[in-house]
Design a protein around this ligand. Structure first.
Ligand code: GRF
Length: 191
């Protein structure tokens, strides 16, 4: 059984799709959901699946090894970030080499980096009058949105799509692909 930890900061709609998909696979489980936001919708969604959640603060994340220790004690094999808003500390990146992925709501390397999250991404895509946008699933390194790309999917945009419309199209792609790509990656881990 492969054990996956999921980090999220917000609503957790991706987290929910992932939990539902992985629940059907007897070879893996979402063992733990971790969040920096005590108000995050993801907490309620995790509860629906009976998955324990851990809320942590910025200080313990950046100044202690508490989270690293929890992941070790829980024998976590793989980490998935789904709308997690904090930069991952170096020691945590090193703990999960090629075993930690993030999803970004645009076609990296465009529209990534610090400050490029949520509606900012879609507004920038709109301002540039892009003909397409999409999603990027990538391994995590110490920089925002710079790890090796694992998977991308595109959607076409029309002049009629505003930033909100773009966000909807992109979120649909996330929900469609992230659970499947994650399952594929975890199933390829050595025993
Ligand atoms: C997604 O668009 C994700 O790509 C971005 O934040 C959003 C999270 O949505 N990083 P949700 O919390 O999964 O609903």
């Amino acid at each position: 059984m492969k054990r996956i930890a999921l980090f999220a900061s917000g609503s957790g709609s991706n987290a929910e799709k992932i939990c539902a998909h992985i629940a059907k696979n007897p070879e893996m489980e979402i063992t733990l959901v971790l969040t920096n936001n005590p108000e995050a919708g993801v907490i309620k969604r995790a509860r629906k699946f009976g998955i324990p959640t851990i809320v942590f603060d910025k200080k313990s994340f950046y100044e202690t090894q508490k989270i690293q220790q929890i992941l070790k004690n829980e024998a976590i094999d793989f980490v998935v970030l789904a709308g997690f808003m904090m930069l991952i500390p170096e020691s945590l990146v090193k703990q999960f080499p090629k075993r930690m992925v993030n999803i970004h709501p645009a076609l990296l390397p465009k529209y990534g980096g610090k400050g490029m999250y949520g509606h900012f991404v879609h507004e920038a895509v709109k301002a540039a009058a892009e003909k397409e946008s999409g999603i990027t699933i990538h391994y995590v390194n110490e920089q925002y949105d710079e790890g090796d790309i694992v998977f991308q999917a595109k959607c076409s945009l029309s002049e009629k799509d505003d930033a909100i419309g773009i966000a909807q199209k992109v979120l649909e792609l996330e929900h469609q692909h992230y659970p499947v790509v994650l399952q594929e990656l975890v199933s390829q881990l050595p025993d």
